[in-house]
Ligand binder design. Structure first.
Ligand SMILES: *Cc1c(COP(=O)(O)O)cnc(C)c1O
Length: 457
């Protein structure tokens, strides 16, 4: 890097390390990764021991430890038979470009420093905003994950509410009982209350119920004021989409902020087949979707979009004498839209993949998951010992096995990983243990699902 000072010189040793790192990275991308498994702290202490030393291990040795032990002690989230939680499936283009982002020391907080990167990120955000039907005024930024996205959106919502509804209120967020845990985590951070509203028979939060619940709640809890409704567009457990049309209407009538948490599910806006399921999302005041979940980007990236970018900016802009030079950048500083200042342009791998592959490939990859989920449901229906919890709405298939108790599911799950066949973890629905396959990986095949289902005996 620095030719004269010698400190960062790309000397022979660095060169050979570069070779080794690139070879490892490319091989990791090229081949199906082994699934791997966690090791205990004691095992790792035994195998790795202390790595931070006075004089350093040297690049080759540190890399060897990583390749041989540390990396093998992490479950491969992009393995085609990793269907646990919501796994990952970054496209080759996205992962490769993450190497470029890492090599470029790009500052993604301000337009002044990162104009080119921010321009590209904003096109990727616009692609999502257009799919959601958001107006021209929409804008936002990529943050670390859905949790920070939800928090940042709700902070903007409260900023807006404080301005619109003066008074000393106990601010409250209304959401469904099935809303993601990050909503109540955000409420804790913000020191606001949560009104948890029961779902209908299909697990959806409806506009009608929400209106009734909010009115009752405010009447019986003087001083409390609901300022935001959170609709979930694809619950994490089952992929259920709330009644977004009804919620938007309710928010409009009661003059509340409407936030849509689509961390997993809003990716399915990319397919015309599922787009209608999200009707009403165009009315959202803010939304989030995680490209690291079902939009084929590496960790960690959440797209946070405000209907009116100016509100996000007003709520989040940090002010200080040393930041004054950035003020002229108008609506273009990503740091102004969330709880963040310095940021890597974490949306760039997603942008690159989208730009290189084109939107149609995204549609096809999403539809692959949708089709596979349908086929999987069919396979489960053919088995008398397995029962679907519900028809898959997006790409999550949830089911139970007749006669199994919680311990049986746990034992099966541990065994599946121990045998390196797959990674599927039990969950709970209506106080009952269930299994769920979260299918987001374009490299997951029907045969992978057959293999896993075949072990359920
Ligand atoms: C995953 C998820 C989140 C949290 O996103 P992170 O990126 O893990 O922080 C929030 N909401 C829903 C609906 C999710 O599925």
């Amino acid at each position: 890097m620095c030719q004269t000072c010698g400190v960062h010189e790309f000397n022979e040793e660095v060169n050979s390390l570069a070779q080794e790192i690139l070879e490892y990275s490319l091989e990791r991308l090229r081949l199906d990764p082994p699934l791997d498994h966690p090791r205990t702290f004691e095992e790792l202490s035994e195998l790795v021991g202390q790595t931070i030393t006075e004089n350093g291990l040297g690049g080759h040795e540190a890399l060897r430890i990583f390749k041989e032990i540390l990396a093998r002690s992490c479950i491969s989230t992009d393995h085609p038979r990793n269907l646990a939680f919501i796994p990952a499936a970054p496209s080759e283009y996205a992962s490769l470009f993450d190497l470029v982002v890492a090599a470029s020391s790009l500052y993604g907080g301000s337009w002044t420093e990162g104009a080119g990167a921010v321009y590209a990120e904003n096109q990727a955000l616009r692609w999502i905003a257009d799919l959601a039907g958001m107006p021209e005024s929409a804008g936002g930024t990529f943050v670390q994950g859905g949790t920070v996205g939800n928090l940042s959106a709700l902070v903007a919502a409260r900023y807006w509410a404080r301005r619109e509804i003066p008074g000393n209120h106990r601010w409250t967020i209304a959401c469904s009982e099935e809303a993601h845990s990050s909503i109540s985590a955000a409420a804790d951070v913000m020191d606001v209350a949560v009104l948890s509203i029961p779902c209908d028979g299909q697990g959806r939060l409806t506009g009608v119920q929400t209106k009734i619940s909010i009115r009752e709640f405010e009447k019986s809890n003087p001083g409390h004021k609901v300022f935001a409704i959170v609709g979930t567009a694809g619950t994490t457990n089952l992929g259920i989409i709330d009644d977004l049309v009804g919620l938007a209407q309710c928010a409009e009538e009661l003059d509340l902020w409407f936030h849509v948490d689509g961390a997993y599910g809003l990716a399915a806006l990319a397919s015309p087949r599922t787009r209608d399921l999200f009707e009403g999302v165009a009315e959202a005041d803010s939304l989030i979707v995680d490209p690291h979940k079902w939009l084929f980007a590496p960790f960690d990236a959440c797209a946070l979009i405000y209907r009116d970018a100016r509100i996000g900016k007003a709520a989040h802009t940090q002010r200080a004498p040393y930041l004054d030079p950035l003020e002229d950048d108008g609506l273009l500083n990503p740091s102004d839209y969330a709880i963040q200042l310095t940021r890597r342009p974490r949306g760039l791998p997603f942008w690159f993949s989208l730009a290189a592959n084109g939107a149609k490939k995204y549609q096809e990859a999403i539809e692959h998951s949708l089709n596979l989920a349908k086929e999987c449901a069919e396979m489960i229906r053919m088995r008398s010992d397995l029962q679907l919890v519900c028809e898959p709405i997006l790409s999550i298939v949830a089911f139970t096995k007749q006669g199994w108790r919680h311990e049986d599911y746990v034992r099966w799950s541990d065994d599946l990983l121990a045998k390196q066949i797959g990674f599927v973890t039990p969950s709970t629905h209506n106080h009952e243990t269930i299994l769920r396959f979260a299918i987001v990986n374009p490299w997951t095949r029907r045969s992978d699902l057959e293999l896993i289902l075949g072990t359920l005996v």
